[in-house]
Design a protein around this ligand. Structure first.
Ligand code: HEC
Ligand code: HEC
Length: 451
């Protein structure tokens, strides 16, 4: 029963997505809007590189040096079924997969001994009860009893199935945030592809820790449609988080690649470059692109993936954590009063956003702001996040803390800000005592007399 729903979803999806004659479902990760705005000659290698490095939802791929835990499982061939000449698949019975999850279809199977050593097959069929595996027949491999292999991405695939079952309808198949339920929600489900998370325990420039994402999944985000998944086991949560991070790495790698190409090789750039009198010809631009692809693209790809993976690894080091330098200042009327003064001061400008009374109605909500990504003014008044959504400053009287309601959570929010939003980081400009005074003041507001 455990995987019943995901099977059902898959069955429902199959008729929509499988091409006639293909035995594997052809579901693809979506590409970003910007990728699709590149000229086709530039978009193609970007898309191919992403498929090579990450695969597709039902044929995941891994490459070395990713910080996520894929869970490779070793196995041994026990017997091989005789096959006729025209049979496309070769079937063999395996042992050693006792710890594996029961759905292995689509996984890469890397031969670690025998004729095919070093070759990678894809699991086409797997029968949990009989232990029979089927892969494509090929000249390079010839499984024999005793041959060993590694099944790759087992844990990643487990996370994918749980994600597709619990999260996809809001966060989308590729983590792009536009699942079928998403359009009714405000704030909308997060697009994971920017690799930015709001409620972290880490410093302003760091990504989230694995534990931060785990907490978000377990607790949900108060005051939003992000539900709490308290009924999932710790193991399930960790597998899902692993997959979310992987989707995030894929998305951010794509973004970095496209950012590198966009200025010169978008459809718009091409039109501009070739329209001017005495401008370039299309052939000249393509020639230049070809040189870039041959000389620089491999390094660009390598740098994009490794810098994103490194950033995830760094976020999980002790050093990335925001740890108060001193214990919480006692929550006294004096401390709250010092906090109130700071709150109203020019030094913090809290009131310009949250309002003098903390009701979320500061003057900043009346201004037209500029989108830093495009340098254009937003069509609506008020603050926005980097995903382009309107974002009112919180009404601090409500006592809703999306990043957690412990004093340390609010301390971290003030120290590191809320990433991807205009809520600034104050860790660099305020002392620890000042931060704690502010925590004491802010957390007293829901109980204050002028409520
Ligand atoms: C009913 C819709 C819905 C479902 C289902 C859902 N989410 Fe969310 N999720 C949201 C919304 C809405 C937000 C944005 C909240 C915000 O911006 O404050 C969000 C935000 C997040 C974030 C960002 C947290 C941060 O610190 O920025 C993560 C991670 C996340 N969800 C993971 C998941 C996972 C994993 C699942 C499945 C186990 C899931 N969500 C299921 C709606 C949903
Ligand atoms: C430039 C505008 C701006 C300034 C200045 C600002 N904030 Fe915020 N603040 C926001 C926005 C916007 C949010 C909501 C973010 C979200 O929901 O994603 C927020 C959210 C918060 C939250 C909610 C945290 C949570 O876990 O839900 C607290 C508490 C907070 N701000 C306190 C402060 C304090 C105290 C100051 C001054 C030291 C301050 N803010 C300065 C814009 C601002």
């Amino acid at each position: 029963m455990r995987f019943g729903l995901s099977r059902l979803i898959l069955l429902l999806l199959l008729p929509l997505i499988s091409l006639p004659g293909c035995e594997q479902p052809q579901v693809e990760f979506v590409f970003s809007k910007k990728t699709n705005e590149l000229i086709p000659e530039a978009a193609k290698p970007v898309k191919e590189a992403l498929v090579r490095q990450f695969g597709n939802p039902f044929a995941l791929t891994q490459f070395p040096e990713l910080p996520t835990e894929f869970g490779d499982i070793p196995g041994v061939v026990k017997t091989v079924e005789p096959t006729g000449k025209d049979q496309p698949l070769i079937r063999f019975e395996v042992t050693g997969l006792t710890d594996a999850y029961d759905k292995l279809q689509g996984l890469p199977l890397e031969w670690t001994s025998g004729k095919g050593q070093g070759q990678v097959s894809r699991v086409k069929e797997y029968n949990f009860e009989t232990g029979m595996v089927a892969v494509d027949k090929s000249a390079e491999i010839d499984p024999q009893p005793g041959d060993t292999f590694l099944l790759k991405c087992v844990r990643l695939q487990y996370g994918r199935d749980l994600y597709n079952r619990h999260c996809m309808h809001c966060h989308g198949m590729s983590g792009e945030g536009t699942g079928p339920t998403s359009r009714y929600l405000n704030p909308p489900p997060r697009d994971f592809r920017l690799g930015i998370y709001k409620y972290t325990s880490t410093k302003p420039t760091n990504k989230a820790q694995v534990d931060d994402l785990g907490r978000t999944v377990k607790e949900g985000i108060a005051g939003t449609y992000m539900p709490s998944f308290k009924l999932l086991t710790d193991d399930e949560v960790s597998a899902i988080v692993n997959y979310v991070i992987w989707l995030s790495i894929r998305g951010e790698t794509e973004k970095k690649l496209v950012d590198e190409l966009f200025l010169d090789y978008s459809n718009k750039a091409m039109a501009e470059r070739t329209s001017k009198d005495g401008g370039e010809t299309r052939e000249e631009v393509l020639e230049e692109l070809k040189d870039f692809m041959e000389e620089d693209f491999p390094d660009t790809l390598e740098f994009a993936t490794s810098s994103v993976s490194d950033a995830w690894e760094e976020a999980n080091l002790e050093d990335a954590l925001v740890i108060p330098r001193s214990a919480r200042v006692a929550d006294t009327p004096e401390s709250r009063e010092r906090g109130r003064k700071l709150y109203l001061s020019e030094k913090t400008k809290c009131a310009s956003c949250h309002g003098p009374q903390g009701r979320g109605n500061g003057t900043a909500t009346q201004d037209f702001w500029t989108n830093p990504a495009t340098n254009e003014k937003y069509p609506n008044r008020g603050l926005h996040d980097i995903w382009g959504n309107q974002l009112p400053p919180r009404d601090l009287h409500r006592g809703i803390y999306r990043g957690g309601r412990r004093p340390i959570d609010t301390y971290r929010r003030l120290f590191a800000g809320i990433k991807g939003t205009p809520m600034p980081a104050f860790g660099g400009s305020l002392s620890d005592e000042e931060l704690w005074d502010l925590v004491n003041y802010v957390m007293s507001l829901p109980y204050s007399e002028n409520r």
